[in-house]
Design a protein around this ligand. Structure first.
Ligand code: ATP
Ligand code: PRP
Ligand code: MG
Length: 224
């Protein structure tokens, strides 16, 4: 009979999301001598073996990585600061800034929207974002009243179709804003991805985790 797939004391489960987090974590894993044996872009499998019998990778949505690690379904994971600050940090240890998936969280508006004038007039702003906590905090600090509209993606569309005056979204090259006739009017914060570790795993599986954490730390400094 097949063994049930579960997280046990002799193995480590690493939670990653497909795309840039997976791609940019590969060189860090390589430094730790770990090679993922299947490509999540072509495989439909959600549990991927590695060249080390004690390490498996699970593929989850970027915003679900902290949840898997928090509940101990994964021992460790890689998640953006943007995701982490929208999530409870209970049970999570955040030891290393990996300096990967670099971008910034910014405020953007339509080219013809006078953001400064709206702020000066004390207008109430409609703000659409996936990052409602960060957006709420940013505008509260500025003393600007906002109505927040939670979205799960394609934020750039919201000001174009009258859903919102303003968006709070991630910007890297600025190409997505430009393609949609939007302009960045405020940079809220720099974003990178972090290693997150389940606090119980850190105690109980320290021997397995420690060398990987050391290698990640070294590689993140060397490579980025
Ligand atoms: P989902 O696909 O579940 O909606 P997502 O769009 O957040 O999630 P990714 O686009 O892979 O998933 O982003 C993962 C992380 O990479 C983000 O949380 C953020 O920290 C970072 N990131 C997002 N967009 C960029 C970008 N354009 N350049 C660099 N880093 C980015
Ligand atoms: C992210 C983010 C922005 C875009 C910014 O989208 O949500 O839309 O990158 O990057 P840029 O400034 O270099 O254009 P992503 O590429 O992750 O696509 P998604 O909509 O699938 O999340
Ligand atoms: Mg994305």
């Amino acid at each position: 009979m097949n063994q049930p797939e579960s997280n046990n004391a002799q193995e480590l489960v690493l939670a990653l999301s497909k795309g840039r987090i997976f791609d940019e974590t590969i060189p860090l894993l390589q430094e730790a001598g770990i090679q993922v044996l299947e490509d999540p872009e072509t495989s439909r499998k959600l549990i991927l073996p590695t060249n080390q019998p004690t390490v498996r990778v699970i593929i989850v949505r970027a915003s679900d990585v902290p949840t898997y690690v928090q509940y101990g379904a994964a021992d460790f994971g890689v998640a953006g600061k943007d995701v982490l600050q929208e999530h409870s940090s209970a049970g999570l240890y955040q030891p290393i800034d990996l300096h990967i998936a670099k971008c910034r969280l910014s405020v953007a508006v339509r080219e013809n929207f006078d953001y400064d004038a709206a702020i000066k007039q004390g207008s109430r702003l409609r703000v659409a974002s996936k990052y409602v906590q960060a957006a709420r905090e940013h505008f509260a600090k500025k003393g600007v009243h906002v109505d927040l509209i939670k979205l799960y993606g394609s934020m750039e569309l919201a000001p174009l179709v009258g859903l919102a005056d303003v968006i709070v979204d991630l910007v890297s090259t600025g190409n997505t804003l430009k393609a949609n006739n939007l302009v960045e009017v405020e940079k809220i914060q720099e974003i990178t991805s972090r290693l997150i570790v389940n606090q119980a795993s850190l105690k109980l599986k320290r021997q397995l985790l420690q060398p990987i954490m050391e290698a990640f730390k070294k590689a993140s400094i060397q490579l980025n």
